[in-house]
Design a protein around this ligand. Structure first.
Ligand SMILES: [Zn+2]
Length: 268
């Protein structure tokens, strides 16, 4: 794990919930005295502040323990049922900055990097970050890494586009700026081309889940590409040098169904 100088941690506190959109930390009931804001409570991936304890660390982390629609889950190789409607993603080339949140590295676009239209909503990309190994498993198996493209609407609905990744390929040029940003957090002007970062096969599995980091807020629409991308062993090694072991264990699926569909990609 990387260590941050304390002033940097304080500056980044609103961003600490890595799966959360930047402004998701409020919403606690206003009865006195208020609990600490989600971003100020320390949590980790092991020991006394690890995933089994998240629900006890703060009042507004309760969903981590009590929720019944939590993420990640173990995905089927192919979901039997088809999604309703048809999502459409529009990708635009832009640049962004890499940010060390204390739990992962985020790539934060300066401009509009991608927009998803689905079910009457328009979701814009807030940031991309990674987990190592993958959080979602496929038929019980974790992959080397998982990237989360966190998209939100203006009213705060969250859709996370998930991309699984496997090492052992050639250098993946589209992901090299992300890798460079992980090697040196605080880098800016990093090129972002979402269309080139996504798998070629547009098939995805969808289900209703939660943020995979505290406060584990539910109501998150998960859209996870079926086909993993390939990175080189060197690229995986650089990401591991930044963060490793930052994956929440899979959660009970309960009565939730997974659905399969295809996404249409447009490029500006
Ligand atoms: Zn995530």
């Amino acid at each position: 794990m990387k260590k941050l100088a304390l002033p940097v941690v304080l500056l980044l506190a609103p961003l600490l919930a890595s799966c959360a959109p930047g402004s998701a930390a409020d919403g606690a009931a206003s009865e006195a005295p208020p609990p600490p804001a989600a971003g100020e409570v320390h949590w980790s991936y092991e020991g006394e502040e690890g995933p089994d304890e998240w629900g006890e660390l703060a009042a507004d982390f309760a969903a981590c323990e009590d929720g019944d629609a939590q993420s990640p889950i173990d995905l089927p190789d192919h979901a039997g049922q088809k999604v309703t409607g048809h999502p459409r993603i529009t990708s635009s080339r832009t640049v962004g900055e890499s940010v060390d949140t204390g739990h992962t590295i985020q790539l934060v676009p300066d401009g509009d990097a991608s927009e998803i239209e689905w079910k009457g909503n328009e979701f814009g990309l807030d940031q991309v970050h990674f987990h190592m190994p993958s959080e979602h498993t496929v038929e019980g198996k974790a992959l080397d890494a998982e990237f989360h493209f966190v998209h939100t609407t203006e009213s705060g609905k969250v859709l996370v586009l998930g991309v699984l990744a496997q090492g052992g390929g050639v250098d993946n040029k589209a992901w090299q700026p992300f890798v460079d940003g992980a090697a040196e957090p605080g880098s800016d002007e990093l090129p972002i081309d979402v269309a080139a970062m996504l798998p070629a096969d547009p098939t995805f599995e969808e289900y209703a889940g939660s943020l995979t980091t505290p406060p584990c807020t539910e109501g998150v629409d998960w859209v996870i590409y079926h086909e993993p991308i390939e990175l080189s062993a060197e690229q995986i090694a650089v990401l591991k040098g930044a963060y490793e072991g930052n994956a929440r264990p899979t959660q009970p699926q309960g009565t939730r169904e997974a659905y399969e569909g295809t996404i249409t990609l447009n490029q500006d």
